[in-house]
Design a protein around this ligand. Structure first.
Ligand code: PEP
Ligand code: MN
Length: 360
């Protein structure tokens, strides 16, 4: 339920509502917007009638049920967009963020060369895997703690905040000590124990969409983080499994636009895992920004053919710089007939609509 306080509600009136919500068996979440404070009553075993009766409490403007299964992440509860601060970078504001770096941290040289180059090209944040979720146990699994230390050093040198994946509950504390944002990989999107643990870290979380997850499941996974006490969540669309095999996954751009409609959380797009092909990454990245994504996460490697993971989808340093330059190109104009086009062309329904239907 959403309890919206009136514009002039006093602090005591808000506290009273919070107290009543908790007494009725729900958990109260207070969201202070620019013009109004809203109290969310979230839970499944509360006394709903008593919450509805709060309509009569002083300072309360309205009490409305949230229709979506996800509550705290929904715009029904919070209409203003959430801005997540990662180090000195703002995700979800007017500017798009670009998170760039190698799939895996492989060595000091590889990481620092990449970090310096993406910084020069204008990236906002550095990525790099320390713990890698690999399909085969025989593939490179990441350098672990050594990679975390290198990421922290690279971050200090370049000033770029760092995001890296945490695969297990046991590693959360260690990763949080070294990184500015913790990534939940696609395969772990519904690892509820991990989500509950991450809800308690003071770090923002980047939540990737599971390869076969519906949008609802993805948002309900984000709900675990907010319900557990972490409001700083950035969603990441990274492509889903479909019947198509030409690309590694299918980039679901409509999901980005949809999620921005139903949720206040920022959403970024990972065109690297979505396409699996370096040649498609810049176009997919531009499409993501056009559809309203709050940013991108892109894999970059100084020598993709030697990468220990995801070489085929990694841009090289020059390719990344070129892609970054392409973001400043103006959007395409819509073609209009030139003067040479016969302006007498008549649309078939002119007979019915008269001159107004003549093409110009
Ligand atoms: C990654 O970002 O390197 C990664 C493993 O991504 P995903 O979880 O989306 O496959
Ligand atoms: Mn990867």
């Amino acid at each position: 339920m959403v309890i919206t306080m009136s514009a002039h509600a006093s602090a005591e009136e808000v506290s009273h509502v919070v107290e009543r919500v908790n007494e009725c068996g729900y958990k109260a979440h207070v969201i202070r917007g620019e013009s109004r404070t809203v109290v969310g009553a979230v839970g499944s075993n509360g006394r709903r009638n008593e919450i509805e009766a709060l309509r009569a409490a002083p300072g309360v403007e309205s009490v409305v049920a949230i229709m979506q299964p996800f509550k705290l992440v929904s715009r029904e509860l919070k209409s203003e967009r959430t801005i997540v601060r990662v180090g000195g970078v703002t995700v979800g504001g007017r500017e798009a963020v670009v998170i760039a770096g190698p799939c895996s941290v492989e060595s000091r040289e590889q990481l620092f060369e990449t970090a310096r180059a993406v910084r020069r090209a204008g990236a906002s944040m550095l990525r790099g895997g320390a713990y890698k979720p690999r399909t085969s146990p025989y593939d490179f699994q990441g350098l672990g703690i050594e990679a975390l230390r290198l990421l922290q050093e690279a971050s200090r040198e370049t000033g770029l905040p760092v995001v890296t994946e945490v695969m297990s509950e046991a590693d959360v504390e260690l990763v949080a000590e070294h990184a500015d944002m913790l990534q939940v990989g696609a395969r772990n999107m519904q690892n509820f124990a991990l989500l509950r643990r991450l809800a308690q870290t003071p770090r923002p979380v980047l939540l990737k969409r599971g390869p076969s997850a519906t949008i609802k499941e993805w948002l309900l996974a984000a709900e675990y983080l907010l319900a557990g006490g972490n409001p700083d969540v950035v969603l990441c669309e990274r492509g889903i499994k479909t019947f198509e095999t030409e690309t590694r996954n299918t980039l679901d751009l409509a999901a980005v636009a949809f999620v921005r409609e139903v949720s206040h959380l920022p959403v970024v797009v990972d065109p690297s895992h979505a396409t699996g092909r370096r040649d498609l990454v810049p176009a997919a990245a531009r499409a993501a920004l056009a559809v309203g994504a709050d940013g991108l996460m892109v894999e970059v490697h100084p020598c993709p053919e030697r990468a220990l993971s995801d070489g085929p989808q990694s841009l090289d340093l020059g390719g990344f710089a070129l892609m970054m330059e392409s973001f400043v190109e103006p959007p395409r104009k819509v073609a209009r007939p030139t003067a040479a086009t016969p302006s007498q062309a008549i649309c078939p329904s002119r007979a019915a609509y008269g001159e107004a239907c003549e093409l110009v």
